[in-house]
Ligand binder design. Structure first.
Ligand code: PXL
Length: 289
């Protein structure tokens, strides 16, 4: 049985589950061999904590890439998330060029939420991220990131469907990539994601009930769960459905647990639900086949 190999390019926030501490276990649970390229090392993530340490790991990227290249390494997927700076985006773009020919390239343009750039990002960051998105097969912004990528002014929802469908099509226009947008809502009860496939020119939706409150790291849960499902053979909309359902359940569980929510989503508790949704037994066979 062939096992797929993904490369996850994200920071390590030592405390506060997000980025690699989310992507690695979720992809592993999905049965994917996951190599990592850490982009930065932080004592905590940047949302809600003060005084965190921060080390940009850009200086290591080219030598790591050269070693892998000399080894003849290849990946079935390259999945990028939080990148440390505009300069680092260029380094990751070069890595994607080198290893990306036969890989599914998923770019999560992690940079903002709730209308604001994350702490530490410069105003030219979204323009550089847009260039990286231009190399992707699939991009997966939240609503704030979608507006930033387009250089359009952020407006909070609820959104008007025709307006939203114009926005998702404009996002795809950069290089005809598939676009998954998270945090979409047309009313105050439901929250979910939309997917646009330029092959069919169709926009599809998957909604679940909105859980009130904010929680950092849920975007990483969503994107990782989505990729894990896709690499296990789910269709685009099935993978979006799995990610919406798993993320909603994880957020609900995290608030029920009731600890300091800055520590991030309690995705470990809900991981059996994710594996069940993928229909995998422990050997990675599809259950029931
Ligand atoms: O989950 C997004 C994210 C990733 N990495 C770091 C962050 C954040 C969000 O705040 O601060 C370092």
């Amino acid at each position: 049985m062939a096992q797929k190999r993904a490369l996850a390019v994200h920071d390590i926030s030592c405390v506060g589950r997000c980025s690699l501490t989310v992507a690695l276990p979720i992809l592993s649970a999905a049965g994917i061999e996951t190599a990592v390229l850490p982009t930065a090392l932080l004592s905590t993530h940047t949302g809600g904590f003060t005084g965190f340490t921060y080390r940009d790991l850009s200086a290591d990227i080219n030598s790591i890439s050269d070693h892998w290249y000399a080894m003849g390494l290849s990946f079935d997927s390259i999945y990028t998330g939080y990148l440390a700076s505009v300069g680092q985006i260029e380094l990751v773009a070069a890595l994607m060029e080198r290893f990306g020919a036969n890989a599914l390239k998923l770019v999560d343009p992690v940079m903002a939420d709730n209308g604001a750039l994350y702490t530490g990002f410069s105003d030219d960051y979204p323009i550089a991220m847009r260039r990286l998105c231009g190399m992707a097969d699939i991009i997966i912004p939240n609503m704030t990131e979608a507006f930033l990528l387009l250089g359009e002014e952020y407006t909070p929802g609820p959104y008007e469907k025709a307006h939203f469908e114009g926005l998702i099509r404009r996002l795809s226009a950069v290089n005809r990539s598939i676009v998954v947008v998270t945090g979409v809502y047309f009313n105050s009860v439901d929250l979910g994601a939309a997917v646009y496939d330029p092959e069919t020119d169709e926009v599809s939706y998957c909604f679940d009930k909105r859980i009130p409150g904010t929680l950092h790291g849920t975007g990483d849960v969503f994107s990782s769960a989505f990729l894990g499902a896709l690499l296990n053979g789910s269709s685009l909309i099935e993978a979006v459905g799995t990610a919406v359902c798993y993320t909603r359940s994880t957020i609900e569980t995290t608030f029920a647990v009731g600890k300091d929510t800055r520590m991030g989503p309690c995705f470990e508790i809900t991981i059996p639900e994710y594996i069940a949704m993928l229909g995998l037994d422990r050997r990675g066979n599809i259950v029931g086949c």
